[in-house]
Design a protein around this ligand. Structure first.
Ligand code: PHE
Length: 450
């Protein structure tokens, strides 16, 4: 990771890290569980007021230090170097995430395969297929997870730049075009207006317990902040890249993809009279399969199947580019601080990820799930909760405090100067020092006091 990205390569890599299952899977799932529109609004506010602000803070840490997260804090802190470098270890959170994230990409692989065969017409049938995969089909889950695991570690072993740069050039636009097609199709369905209402007309009475923390976790998750990924990629940020406009673009793409997915997925949930709050992690899989099943063949072309396979492949790549950015920080650190070769670092990390991922699979399988349930939550959900709702916001919080109070203002001004100055810089600086940290702290306290 020491040599720099090309300008466009950097932007694509960071966009590739940000855009992934956070937007396509987590966003609709949480919106469903938390009653829709009010949650969407909360998420948007937190993305702008916390996510965007901290994203730029982490980018500054990476760019100014050009190091992995732990060494970045260590080298930039004028005193208490050891204590600050502990914040860099929030990158462990990314390892927890990649463990369950690979399992979900595994489901996507499974669905790509399903897309080759006749699709289930009703949402109940579609739900049964997902339920069966999770609770009974250990073998398929393992085969797919192992395949995903190998792909991810292979890409990281090649060094991030060449592999990832090339992948993103094709995959992002394809995903986008497919989403537009699917949205166009959803638009013609009756469920579309219900889906729009569900997403856009805020009803605050529906905000349940924990919605604030979930929205904060989602804002961090979908921007990859708090676990070292942005710091690590920004360590290779080429000089003279307008990182402000890139960041704004990435955030807009992120939001648009989430909203498009939400509209598509909920259109089909409502079309078939299913309950959006009851679907859980299977929501997008159950809904999308019914969408594809209902697209009529054109001549001898099974259009639904073709779209299904194309869409799941695009989603697969979106997931892989994110997963790669979760492994890179710790790899980079082990190489820098312990003189590990890239290969040795990856074997070490791979071992942990494979074990945690396997436990995630077993935590939904009928005969093993009870022994992998703690405090009423599955092992999978616990990993997600600890990493997304605790480690990410906390990592981001300390990043913001570090940038706002430990780094010198002039250093930041010099860094931002060509792209964001005057009043805009001052607003960001105020947010990074006060508003964003306060928002995170208040949400955490609110959650604790529940
Ligand atoms: N942002 C990614 C997504 O939306 C997930 C991610 C989390 C990536 C943490 C890197 C680090 O899917």
């Amino acid at each position: 990771m020491n040599d720099k990205f090309s300008k466009i390569g950097f932007i694509l890599a960071v966009a590739g890290s940000a855009v992934g299952l956070g937007n396509a899977w987590k966003f609709p799932t949480l919106v469903g569980q938390n009653g829709g529109s009010a949650f969407v609004l909360l998420y948007l506010l937190l993305t702008l007021g916390v996510g965007f602000v901290i994203f730029l803070a982490e980018l500054s840490i990476g760019k100014l230090s050009e190091k992995d997260p732990v060494n970045a804090y260590h080298s930039l802190a004028p005193k208490y170097k050891k204590a600050w470098s502990i914040v860099g270890f929030s990158m462990i959170g990314a390892i927890l995430i990649v463990s369950f994230y690979s399992v979900i990409i595994g489901w996507i692989v499974n669905y790509t395969y399903l897309g080759l065969f006749p699709l289930p017409k009703s949402i109940d049938e579609s739900g049964a297929i997902f339920g069966n995969l999770l609770s009974k089909d250990v073998l398929s889950q393992f085969i797919c997870f192992t395949f995903v695991f190998i792909v991810i570690f292979y890409v990281v072993s090649k060094g991030v730049k060449s592999g990832i740069e090339k992948l993103n050039v094709w995959m992002m636009p394809s995903l986008f075009i497919l989403l537009i097609l699917m949205l166009g199709y959803s638009f013609s369905m009756d469920g579309f207006s219900k889906a729009s209402e569900f997403l856009f007309s805020p009803d605050f009475s529906k905000l349940g317990v924990g919605a604030f923390l979930s929205a904060l976790g989602l804002a961090c998750f979908s921007l990859s902040i708090g676990v070292g990924s942005i710091i690590t990629y920004s360590a290779s940020l080429p000089d003279k890249t307008n990182f402000i406009s890139s960041t704004i673009n990435i955030i807009i793409i992120n939001i648009i993809i989430g909203i498009m997915m939400g509209l598509i997925v909920f259109t089909f949930i409502f079309e078939f009279g299913a309950d959006p709050t009851q679907q859980g992690p299977g929501l997008i899989f159950v809904s999308l399969l019914s969408l594809f099943a209902n697209i009529d063949p054109v001549g001898f072309l099974p259009l639904g199947n073709i779209l299904a396979v194309a869409f799941f492949i695009a989603l697969f790549f979106a997931g892989i580019t994110s997963a790669v950015s979760m492994i890179e920080p710790l790899t980079f650190y082990l190489i820098n601080s312990y003189n590990f070769t890239r290969k040795k670092a990856l074997v070490f990390i791979g071992f942990i990820v494979y074990i945690l991922g396997s436990l995630c699979i077993f935590s939904s399988v009928e005969w093993s799930k009870d022994s992998l349930e703690f405090f009423g939550k599955s092992f999978f959900d616990i990993l997600d909760f600890i990493a997304s709702n605790l480690m990410m916001p906390l990592g981001g919080l300390f990043g913001a405090i570090f940038v706002g109070f430990v780094l010198k203002k002039e250093t930041l001004q010099n860094l931002f100067n060509p792209y964001m100055k005057g009043r805009w810089f001052e607003i960001w600086y105020f947010f990074v020092r006060f508003i964003s940290p306060l928002a995170v702290i208040l949400i955490m306290i609110k959650q604790l006091s529940l």
